[in-house]
Every structure is written in C-alpha cells, then in structure tokens.
Design a protein around this ligand. Structure first.
Ligand code: NDP
Length: 448
C-alpha cells in the first residue's frame, strides 16, 4: 500500500478523528523519499502498522466529589508503538480529551521519542476530567480512581506515563502513591514524580528549556545569537513559563504570554521577578490580567499574542492554536523563527504558509522533546536507584537538544529538504524519527 492509500484508509476508517488524521498527514508529507529508499518498508507495511495503535485501553472512572456525589469520567491509554522501548508519553486531563486527540498525541510521541535517541516507544493517555475549579481533595480522589483502573496496564518496562496538560507533579505523585499501594512495587512506573521519591531534577523545566535550546541551535545555524531577539510566547503553563525563563536567561526579550482568557503584552520584556510572579499566579489559578496593575503592560482579553513585531514565536499552549491568519500576522510582523513548545499548535495551512515564506520552523516533535528526554533519564536513574545533579541533567538536556537539531538538519539536507541557509526541520525530524522506528519494525519481521 502506498502512503497515499494508507491515508485514504485512515480517512475512511476514522472520519470522526480530525486531529489524528492531521498528524498522520503531516508526517506523511515528508517521508516519501525515505519510504521509497527501502523496499522493505512497503513490503512489511511499516507505515500502515505505525498508523494503527498496538492497542487502546478505554475505561470508566468513578469518583466522589466534595458533596458526596458520584462523578463519572472517561479514561484512555493509547499504546501506540513499543518498537524501540517501553510505551512512554504523558497523561492529559482536560475536557477536550478524546480518542482522536490522544491518538494524534500518541502518534507524534512515537517519532518524538525516537528523535531523543533514547529507548522509548510512543503512547499517550488521559481523561475528559476538568481539573479547573476542583478542590485538592477532588483532584486527589480523581487521580486515585484513574490509576486504579489503569495500573494493570502499565509498568516500568511496559508503559511509563508522565504529565501533560492538567497533570503536573502533584497529580503524578498521587497516581504514583496509588500504584505503589496497589502493586507493592516501588518502581519507576511514572515520571515527573517529586524529587524526594524518585523524580528527576530539571523535569519541570525541561520542555520549555529544551525548546529554547533548540531555538538557540537554529539561530546559531544562521550565524546569529539569541541576544536581543524579541520573542512572542503563548500559554502561561509549564512549557510557556519555562521557555520564557530560559529565553530571558539567554538574553532574549520575551514580550508576551497568554492563557485561555487572553494575552499579556509587556513591551519592556519579562525578567525573573516577573516570571516568578507569573508562576505563582498561575499555580494559584489567579487571573493573568492582574499583572498589569503590578508591572504595567497591556491585557488583551480574548486575543492571541501574534500581533506584535518580533523575531521569534513560540506557541506553547495547545493544538491548532495558530491558524493561517495567525501565520500571516506572524510573517507580517517580521517573525523569522517559529518553535513549537506545544504539540501541533500550527494547523496544516499555517505550517504551509510559514514554510512558503521561509520562516525557520521547528515542529513540536523535535523542539519540545526535552521533557520526554529528561523523563527517559528519570527512568534510567530509577532503574539504578541514582540521582543526578541539576547541572549534570541540564548539560545532558542541552546535548540531547543539539543532537536532535543536528540530526533533523542532516536528515533534511540529505533528503533534499533545504540547505544551510534554509533548513526544513519538519521534514528532517519526520524522516529521522520515522527511519529509526521503521528500521526496528523491519528487523522484527511481522511482529510489532
Ligand atoms: P499547562 O496545563 O501547564 O499549560 C497550558 C497553558 O495553555 C495554560 O496557560 C492554558 O491556559 C493555555 N491554554 C490551553 N488551552 C488553550 C486555548 N485553547 N487557548 C489559549 N490558551 C490555552 O500545559 P503544558 O504547559 O504542560 O503543555 C502545553 C503544551 O505543551 C501542550 O500541547 C502539551 O501537550 C505540550 N507538551 C508539554 C510537555 C510537558 O512536559 N509539560 C512536553 C511536551 C509537550 P489556562 O490556564 O487558561 O487553561
């Protein structure tokens, strides 16, 4: 079956899964020549196998709210591929979670994990549970109930979940406690745990910091530096605020952050005091808008941050937050680099537009792989019951992000996607990630 026929089959089989179809098309758009270069890929139906998850576990989660009422949510774990290591990928708690969203995220995760060079397969999971407005006790009861259902399908060498939107250190710790309680095993089954009981230093910072390290490599490839670059960031969560922090540390000027209510614009740029205040404000679930009374700047209710002159844009909130109109605004406002901190924040039309306009564009599967890379390091630390220092891990993160950058750049150039002046990171990342997993599948024969 050709790649085009695989896409057609998926569109016919899953017409109600637009996010998943979008993610498959994005990968398919650039792996053609690599696919044709090895006849075994078609013979062994490698792309067809990679677009159908190994299995999807789907379950009901009953929990009790503070008023004693029984609440019911849906839970999933999409175990997509364990061709190159145990299933690995985050858990998302958000009302928009569906099978389509988790399949897109799990599919992306296969290639992202392959790009890190570490032995990790691809998976994703979560629930349509909405943590917003819930008390700490409700969150705890939900996490216990969720993992009580999921625990039998995960394990340190089988499937190792982590956090994502709505799931941070607190939630991972509750889930880890319940897993330990149910199984009587103290093992590295979840990453993103508290540092005192097996968690890795720098995991919280890793995705945002890693995305900025990737950006630094892109800028260096154009013989330029981060110093003085104006940066627009969306989101005000884990990825966004750590991206803002590292970009500021490296001498860039971060002008915006945002959330589901609107955008905060500070023409003076953020500094560490402002970033610490933002972290605290979001941790307490208080409005971003209050920043303006304290530090100045502007609050733009209901607006996105893509309307200001800048050199760099880092969408770090959620999927499909940048459409073609937004892409046009970014180009008009002089943006030369787009680095995806979030997963699939640009839709296909936006990606096409920015690439046609020679904007240097780094897809999430390469640029935001720092989080899962440090999770991979947490798995190895747990296996040998060791801790590494913040500085050691930061250096490893930097090295991994440089390797991902360089591998994507070489794969792009080798396959005719760009040259030194314009590197097509999307094609390079898709090809490098795909080849690593596809070669494993070929070596296995017909089994996954
Ligand atoms: P958080 O929950 O910490 O933060 C998400 C932020 O995005 C919040 O500020 C939220 O606003 C905002 N947001 C969510 N939906 C929308 C929307 N529709 N419009 C505008 N703003 C929105 O999540 P993370 O920072 O962990 O994750 C962000 C992205 O990064 C996701 O795509 C995730 O999959 C990806 N990612 C995360 C990794 C990690 O290590 N955490 C690793 C790799 C990728 P509000 O507070 O108002 O809800």
């Amino acid at each position: 079956m050709s790649i085009q026929e695989v896409i057609q089959t998926i569109e016919n089989r899953y017409p109600h899964q637009p996010e998943f179809i979008q993610a498959v098309k994005e990968v398919a758009s650039s792996i053609g020549s690599a696919y044709d270069s090895n006849p075994n890929y078609a013979k062994l139906k490698v792309f067809e196998r990679l677009t159908e998850p190994d299995r999807i576990i789907n379950f009901r989660v009953n929990w009790e709210d503070d008023n004693g009422n029984v609440q019911i949510n849906r839970g999933w774990r999409v175990q997509f591929s364990n061709a190159i290591g145990p299933y690995k990928g985050g858990l998302r708690f958000h009302p928009t979670v569906s099978e389509s969203v988790l399949k897109f995220l799990g599919f992306e995760q296969i290639f992202k994990n392959a790009l890190t060079g570490l032995p990790m397969g691809g998976a994703k999971g979560g629930s349509d549970f909405d943590p917003k407005g819930k008390s700490d006790n409700e969150i705890r009861r939900f996490c216990y109930a969720f993992i009580r259902e999921l625990h039998q399908y995960i394990g340190k060498d089988m499937d190792v979940p982590a956090g994502d939107i709505g799931v941070g250190g607190r939630e991972v710790s509750y889930m880890f406690a319940m897993y330990k309680n149910l199984t009587h095993e103290y093992e590295g089954v979840l990453t993103g745990k508290g540092v005192g009981f097996g968690g890795s230093l720098i995991r919280t910072e890793a995705t945002g910091y890693g995305a900025v390290y990737f950006l630094e490599n892109m800028i260096a490839a154009q013989k330029d530096t981060m110093v003085g670059k104006k940066v627009l960031i969306s989101g005000a969560g884990n990825v966004s605020l750590h991206a803002a922090e590292k970009a500021t540390m490296l001498g860039a000027k971060v002008l915006t952050v945002s959330d589901s209510k609107g955008t905060l614009y500070d023409p003076e740029g953020l500094d560490q005091t402002k970033i610490d205040w933002l972290k605290e404000q979001k941790a307490q679930r208080k409005p971003l808008e209050e920043y303006v009374q304290k530090f100045g700047g502007q609050w733009l209710a209901g607006e996105k941050p893509w309307q200001f002159d800048a050199d760099v844009a880092m969408p770090c909130a959620t999927q499909n937050e940048v459409d073609e109109n937004d892409a046009k605004k970014l180009v008009e406002h002089g943006v030369k680099y787009i680095v995806e901190g979030a997963n699939m924040p640009l839709n296909i039309a936006a990606i096409d537009y920015v690439r046609e306009h020679q904007v240097h564009y780094a897809p999430g599967k390469a640029a935001n792989a720092g989080g899962v890379a440090v999770s991979g390091l947490e798995m190895s630390q747990n296996s040998v019951r060791q801790y590494r220092t913040f500085e050691e891990l930061d250096q490893q993160l930097k090295n991994i992000m440089k390797d991902i950058h360089d591998n994507a750049a070489s794969a792009a150039k080798e396959n005719g996607y760009g040259d030194d002046s314009y590197i097509d990171y999307m094609s390079g990342a898709n090809i490098a990630g795909f080849k690593r997993v596809a070669d494993a599948l070929v070596a296995y024969g017909v089994l996954n």
